[in-house]
Write a protein that binds this ligand. Sequence first.
Ligand code: HEC
Length: 138
Amino acid sequence: MKTIKSIFTVLAVAVLAISVMSMVSAQPKKGKAWEVPAKYKDMKNAVKTSAASIEAGAALYKKNCASCHGKTGLGDGTKAKMLETFPGDFSSAGFQGQTDGTLFYQTKMGRDEMPKYDKKIEDVDIWNMLNYIRSLKK
Ligand code: HEC
């Protein structure tokens, strides 16, 4: 009776350990810091923010970005679970603290799982989307 009990205990601990491990490894990794060329980093937003720009940006964001980044930019879009890298939390101070030019570069040039929108979306519309993304700040 005692042996059966201890076998069960060992099994229970093993099952628990395996499930905890798989939960941890299922977490997407955080992307490393971006290296942004100086030419982009200090770039100023070419589109002054306004209700019209935010509205245009929101529509484009919904169509092109929300599947991964989530409707409100929390990184919880429907495709997010399949990503290896966490796409970022657009409402966070850390994200919002980056320069306009940095966000422009990340969107235009992409990296790994983040698609490149150069040639797909015009610069003026990237700025419109960034005006929308700026409005997601907590
Ligand atoms: C297929 C999924 C996917 C789509 C669609 C997508 N992204 Fe991303 N995005 C990512 C991932 C993954 C990262 C993190 C990449 C890394 O760190 O290497 C990322 C990173 C970013 C970053 C940098 C985040 C940070 O923390 O600094 C910005 C800005 C960004 N994306 C904007 C956009 C915009 C704007 C669109 C739509 C035009 C878009 N993304 C569409 C997956 C996506």
